[in-house]
Design a protein around this ligand. Structure first.
Ligand code: LLP
Length: 432
C-alpha cells in the first residue's frame, strides 16, 4: 500500500515517484533529500482552482498557504497555475517577490506584523493585508496614510470553532492568539474601527478553523457563522463585505488509517453552505478565497534517507537510525504526527517488522515515528518517508549543525534541483 497514486514499485522492487526510481534519485542527489512530484502539485493546484471557480463562482481564488512549503520555484509554479498565495512574513514576501509572483494576488497574514513588515507589504503592492488586531490596524493605517496609500484589507475573525484536531494546530478557537472573536464583541469593534480609517479599505473577513481536518462540519459551522457575521455587520453599519476568506485546513493522507479526501467534493459542499446562508441572510454571495497549504503539497513529497544503524533492544523497541531526523521533519517531535515509512530499495517486501525510526541528533525525542510498520532494514538501505511535502522543508532547522536537505522536483521523467543541499560552508556563512 503506497498511499498515493504517484508512488509505485518498479520491476527491481524499488519505490518510484512520478515514475522515477527513488534509489537512483538517492544516488544522484544524496540523502537526506526531499523529492516532490511537480505534476502532483500542479494537478492539486488545478483541482482547487477549478472546483473553487465552478462552485463559488469565477472570481473565487485559492491562495496557497506558502508556510506549508516555501521556496522560489513553488511561487513560480503557483503564479503559473493562476493561484493566489498567503504569506506570513517578510521572508515569505521577499521570496515571492524574487519569484516574480504578482503582488496583487498576495494575502499577507500574521498575528504580529512589524512596522517593517507592513511597510514592505505597502511598498511591494501586496493586494490584501489580513489584519489580525487593533494595534496592527492602527499601525497600518498610519503607515499607509504617510505613503499616501490606502491598503485593501480583510479582518481576521475568530468564529469560535473547535475543529477536533491537534491542540497545537487549532487556530479558530476564541482563546487564540489569532484574530478577533465574534462572541466577545471584539470582531464588531475592530470592524467599526476599520470602517472609520482612511488608510485602509475593508473588503471583508477571514477565518481559519484549524489544520488536518477531515470532517466537513467545522467548515460548515465556520461558513454559517461568517456569513451571519457579514449580515450582522451590514445591519449594524451598512457595510456589506464583498470578500470572505475561509482559510485552509483540509486533511491529507499520512497513513493508510487516514481517509482519502475528495477535495473538489468538499469545496462543492462548502460552497453550497455559503450560498444557502447568503441567500437566507439577504446578502450577496461574496467572493470566496480559500487558503489551503497542506492539502496542496503534502502528498506530492517524500523524504529519502540512508539507514545507518539498526538496533534491537529485546523487550523494548527496534530502532532504525537514518541520516536526517527532527531537523528535516520536526512533526513527530512537535505533534506526534504519524507517517508511513518503507525501505525504498525493497519496497516490494512486506512491512512485517516494527521499528522506531530515529534521526541522528543528540536528542532522544529526535524521532520520525515510533513503532512504525516497516520492512527489515540494514545499513545502507534507502528509507522513504511518505507525504512530507508540507511543513517539513518549511519547518526544517539546522539543529546539531545539520545542513538542510535539497528539494528535488520531479516532472515528466526528469528531476531538477529547486533548492540545493546546504553545505557546511553555508552553515558558517553568517558567523563572524
Ligand atoms: N491560512 C491560515 C491563516 C493559516 O494559519 C494556515 C495554517 C493555513 C491557511 C493553511 O492551513 P492548512 O491548509 O495547511 O491546514 N505546522 C503545522 C501546521 C500549522 C498550520 C498553521 N496555519 C503542522 O505541521 O501540522
Amino acid at each position: 500500500m503506497l498511499l498515493h497514486p504517484h508512488l509505485d514499485i518498479n520491476a527491481e522492487g524499488h519505490l518510484t515517484i512520478g515514475g522515477l526510481d527513488t534509489v537512483a534519485l538517492a544516488r544522484e542527489f544524496g540523502t537526506p533529500a526531499y523529492i516532490m512530484d511537480e505534476n502532483v502539485i500542479r494537478a492539486q493546484f488545478r483541482t482547487y482552482l477549478t472546483a473553487a471557480r465552478t462552485h463559488f463562482g469565477e472570481n473565487a481564488l485559492p491562495a496557497f498557504a506558502s508556510k506549508a512549503l516555501c521556496f522560489t520555484e513553488i511561487y513560480r509554479i503557483a503564479a503559473e497555475e493562476g493561484l493566489g498565495i498567503d504569506c506570513v512574513s517578510g521572508g515569505e514576501l521577499y521570496t515571492a517577490k524574487k519569484a516574480g509572483f504578482p503582488a496583487a494576488r498576495i494575502y499577507f497574514h500574521g498575528n504580529n506584523k512589524t512596522d517593517a513588515d507592513l511597510t514592505m507589504a505597502l511598498d511591494m503592492g501586496v493586494g490584501t493585508v489580513v489584519v489580525d488586531n487593533t494595534d496592527e490596524l492602527l499601525a497600518l493605517d498610519t503607515i499607509a496614510k504617510a505613503k499616501g496609500k490606502q491598503q485593501r484589507i480583510l479582518l481576521r475573525i475568530t468564529p469560535g470553532i473547535d475543529p477536533h484536531t491537534h491542540r497545537a494546530i487549532q487556530t479558530g478557537n476564541v482563546d487564540s492568539k489569532f484574530g478577533n472573536a465574534i462572541v466577545t464583541g471584539a470582531a464588531m469593534a475592530i470592524t467599526k474601527l476599520a470602517l472609520s480609517l482612511d488608510g485602509v479599505c475593508l473588503a471583508g473577513f477571514h477565518c481559519h478553523v484549524g489544520s488536518q481536518i477531515f470532517e466537513i462540519d467545522p467548515f460548515r459551522d465556520a461558513a454559517n457563522i461568517m456569513v451571519r457575521y457579514i449580515a450582522d455587520v451590514k445591519r449594524e453599519t451598512g457595510f456589506e463585505a464583498s470578500e470572505l476568506n475561509l482559510g485552509g485546513g483540509l486533511g491529507v493522507r499520512y497513513t493508510e488509517h487516514d481517509a482519502t479526501v475528495d477535495y473538489a467534493a468538499a469545496i462543492a459542499e462548502i460552497a453550497a453552505i455559503v450560498r444557502t446562508n447568503a441567500d437566507a441572510c439577504g446578502i450577496a454571495m461574496p467572493r470566496v478565497i480559500l487558503e489551503p497549504g497542506r492539502s496542496l503539497v503534502a502528498a506530492a513529497g517524500i523524504t529519502l534517507y540512508t539507514v545507518g544503524a539498526v538496533k534491537e533492544i529485546p523487550g523494548f523497541k527496534n530502532y532504525i537510525s537514518v541520516d536526517g531526523g527532527m531537523p528535516d521533519n520536526p512533526r513527530y517531535a512537535l505533534y506526534q504526527s504519524e507517517y508511513t515509512a518503507l525501505i525504498a530499495n525493497r519496497a516490494d517486501t512486506p512491512a512485517d517488522y516494527r521499528a522506531t525510526v530515529a534521526g541522528r541528533c543528540c536528542e532522544s525525542g529526535d524521532l520520525i515515528g515510533e513503532d512504525m510498520p516497516i520492512g527489515r532494514a540494514k545499513r545502507g538501505d534507502i528509507l522513504a518517508v511518505l507525504c512530507t511535502g508540507a511543513y517539513n522543508y518549511s519547518m526544517a532547522s539546522n539543529y546539531n549543525r545539520l545542513p538542510r536537505p535539497p528539494v528535488i522536483l520531479v516532472r515528466d521523467g526528469k528531476a531538477r534541483v529547486a533548492v540545493r543541499r546546504e553545505t557546511f560552508e553555508d552553515l558558517v556563512r553568517l558567523d563572524t
